[in-house]
Write a protein that binds this ligand. Structure first.
Ligand code: FCB
Length: 462
């Protein structure tokens, strides 16, 4: 099969690859690391596929040199990874674990020696369990603890890191974690989920200040805003889309980029919307101007109206916004079951550009696909579907740029096959295959395609 053509991107455009601590590091109880909510969750029977945990994962904690050598060979400008909060602060606050700090020193030094710029995420879902035990994101103290952790990290690594991402996909932390219960901490709450959403945003704003205090830093947040379609033009489906956009997009984008709480929150959550967790002055903290916004995109969603359960009087039941998802796309699906619709990516970028005049420059901090990879007898992984996915989505980014959207870079999810949360090790997103029995790394065809794309891009703009 011939390789897809290379999309053409602006000269200063930067290419990268992304990972997250709990998904690759392993070494879950080594060198003083404290447990996070993902350790607890994955060790609870029935929570993850086949009881998978991140105890070993891709063993990156021990193999980071080999992985950085592969990144260097790939030719990326940037590498996005996350820091494990409980490796640095095993209790979430207070005593600092020197060996944890040392690990990220080694990682950063190795990256800089390889000529790769780090883009560091502070929180990719792995809250220290000690903080969960004190209320987790449901309480404001966790936002303050997050700011203290950000200050520690900025002080230690600010000399080597220019680009910081406070939170990864707070939508998932708040709602998949506290309402659907599919992710850690795995609860089904109404008030708790909305309080968590708010405290994540406050924590973000406080962390931005802490990071900037350490010097000339570029600071942003990574969101998984969605392109939401309605199943029909019927008014109930259009209302369902409004509620879904409130949940997926407006909860985050309105306070961050428009200085207000979402317009349609009352119709989305009835009495839950405006809770006591909101304090005067919070919008100013949350809305601090950012240097960039990170966007993770995989697929669009299409919604239709569904029967709506009223919140119980205690408002403790799961968030229910009366929406069901449908899948009218008629396209190929990845092994995650996600429809492949690159045009929706261009639509989403254009929508954000139009809706938020104060939107900072965009970085695509994740995009990629899980596929049923196999190693063929020649020892290769011929993952043509992934290469096609990447080419089509990069073209979608190029189309958005041509239409005037300011997108500065693109990171593939993921560098390595890894622990895909509740889906365990079944879903392979890597440019590099990981054999979990031997920890052998095998670059896939998509890795070679991406390397050639980056080489061509660099050569044409020399
Ligand atoms: C995103 C997560 C990332 C990875 C991809 C597939 O929601 O940020 O860690 O699991 O999905």
């Amino acid at each position: 099969m011939s390789s897809p053509a290379f999309p053409v991107l602006p000269p200063a455009f930067r290419f990268g690859a992304a990972t997250a601590a709990y998904q690759i590091e392993g070494a879950h109880d080594e060198d003083g690391r404290g447990p996070s909510i993902w350790d607890t969750f994955s060790h609870t029977p029935g929570r993850t596929l086949d009881g998978a945990t991140g105890d070993t994962a891709a063993d990156h904690y021990h193999r980071y040199r080999e992985d950085i050598a592969l990144l260097r060979e790939l030719g990326v400008h940037d590498y996005r990874f996350s820091i494990s909060w409980s490796r640095l602060l095993p209790e979430g606050t207070g005593a600092v674990n020197a060996k944890g700090l040392d690990f990220y020193d080694r990682l950063l030094d190795e990256l800089l020696t390889a000529g790769i710029a780090p883009a560091v995420t502070l929180y990719h879902w792995d809250l220290p369990q000690a903080l969960e035990d004190r209320g987790g994101w449901r309480v404001r103290e966790t936002a303050e603890a997050f700011a203290a952790y950000a200050a520690l990290v900025a002080e230690r690594y600010g000399d080597r890191v220019r680009r910081w991402i406070t939170l990864n996909e707070p939508y998932c932390s708040a709602f998949v974690g506290h309402a659907e219960g599919r992710h850690a901490p795995g609860t089904r709450e109404g008030r708790g989920a909305l309080a968590a959403a708010h405290h994540l945003l406050v924590g973000h704003g406080l962390a931005v200040r802490a990071l900037r205090a350490a010097g000339d830093q570029e600071v942003g947040i990574t969101l998984n805003l969605d392109r939401v379609h309605a199943a029909s033009d019927r008014s109930d489906d259009l209302a369902a889309r409004r509620r879904a956009e409130t949940l997926h997009n407006d909860v985050w984008a309105e306070p961050l980029f428009a200085g207000r709480y979402p317009a349609h929150e009352a119709e989305t959550w009835a009495g839950l919307a405006d809770g006591p967790w909101r304090q005067p002055g919070d919008l100013a903290v949350i809305g601090v101007p950012l240097d960039f916004v990170g966007l993770n995109y995989y697929r669009p969603i299409c919604v239709t109206a569904a029967p709506h359960r009223e919140p119980d009087p205690e408002q403790r039941t799961a968030v229910d916004i009366g929406v069901a998802e449908t899948d009218p796309y008629g396209t190929r699906h990845t092994t995650m079951g996600w429809p492949v619709v690159p045009s929706a990516f261009t639509e989403l970028l254009a929508q954000l550009h139009d809706r938020y005049p104060r939107l900072p420059p965009i970085w695509i901090t994740e995009n990629g696909s899980a596929e049923a990879d196999t190693v063929t007898p020649d020892g290769h992984v011929h993952d043509g579907d992934r290469t096609r996915y990447l080419a089509d989505h990069l073209q979608a980014v190029a189309d958005a740029i041509a239409a005037g959207v300011d997108v500065r870079g693109y990171y593939v999810w993921s560098l390595l096959d890894n622990f895909e949360w509740a889906r365990g090790y079944d879903q392979r997103f890597g440019l590099i295959r990981v054999d979990y029995d031997t920890q052998t790394r095998t670059p896939k065809d998509s890795y070679h395609w991406y390397r050639n794309l980056i080489t061509a891009h660099r050569a044409s703009h020399r």
